[in-house]
Design a protein around this ligand. Structure first.
Ligand SMILES: Nc1ncnc2c1ncn2[C@@H]1O[C@H](COP(=O)(O)OP(=O)(O)O)[C@@H](O)[C@H]1O
Ligand SMILES: [Mg+2]
Length: 228
């Protein structure tokens, strides 16, 4: 069976940057697997997320070698909307992800672009908000939410698209303990539904939901032995 998400010997440096951030990354993430990636700040974890999700090279160009494959198809030969139906990403900084006037618009945006029926859009919206425990904020503005609540809405807006692959780039960094437990149970639920998950984490307490943990160091992925 084709691997949902695979990276083959990726080397990448930003345009005008100081050389390669990623220096030969290889990775295959299976169906139903939760892979966690840890690493020091500045080690290239977010850059790896960009390479996994097609943001590199569709949005950030630069010096890229190697390939990312989504179900065997290189992201370079897919358009962004096509990638977005298969792979969802929750960014480290939710302010960069939220742009709608209301929570409802934000979470419904993806399904609306898939041209689903009104009914289906409504169901997906309600389910996604319920999954992250934010039903009560449906008619509010994302601007008025706390950082953690914004992260929950960013997650809901990915869940409403129901992608096969989900990438969390330190998506729990601004969320309180109770919220973290909620997100971890969402991740476990996604795994049970055979989704493929990559989570970037700086908090080792959150690694308990991962099947496998890798360390990004010196531009490559290596086994994680409990210390950065
Ligand atoms: N848009 C960019 N342009 C140039 N350099 C960047 C850009 N984004 C990140 N970098 C550099 O790439 C390296 C890795 O950054 P990043 O992937 O954000 O690391 P992490 O997520 O592990 O903290 C850092 O040296 C950072 O300064
Ligand atoms: Mg980062």
């Amino acid at each position: 069976m084709t691997v949902p998400l695979e990276v083959r010997d990726i080397w990448y440096g930003y345009p005008g940057g100081k050389g390669d951030v990623l220096k030969g990354v290889n990775l295959a993430v299976e169906r139903g697997e939760v892979l966690a990636v840890v690493g020091l700040s500045g080690s290239g974890k977010s850059t790896l997320c960009y390479c996994l999700s097609g943001i590199v090279p569709h949005i950030y160009q630069g010096n890229l070698r190697g390939q990312t494959l989504i179900k065997g198809t290189p992201t370079t030969s897919m358009k962004i909307p096509e990638i977005a139906t298969r792979l969802g990403i929750v960014f480290q900084e939710p302010d960069n992800q939220l742009f709608s006037p209301t929570v409802e618009d934000e979470v419904a945006f993806g399904p609306e672009n898939l041209c689903l029926s009104r009914e289906e859009i409504g169901e997906r919206l309600e389910l996604a908000l319920k999954q992250v425990g934010m039903e009560g904020f449906r008619f509010g503005s994302p601007n008025q939410l706390s950082g953690g609540q914004k992260q929950l809405i960013a997650l809901a807006s990915v869940l409403s698209l129901d992608p096969e692959i989900l990438i969390f780039d330190e998506a729990m960094s601004q969320i309180d303990e109770q919220g973290k437990a909620g997100i971890k149970s969402v991740i476990v639920g996604l795994k049970e539904r055979d989704k493929t998950i990559v989570m970037i984490e700086h908090d080792f307490d959150n690694l308990d939901v991962a099947d496998r943990v890798l360390l990004l160091r010196d531009g490559v992925l290596q086994p994680f032995e409990g210390r950065l």
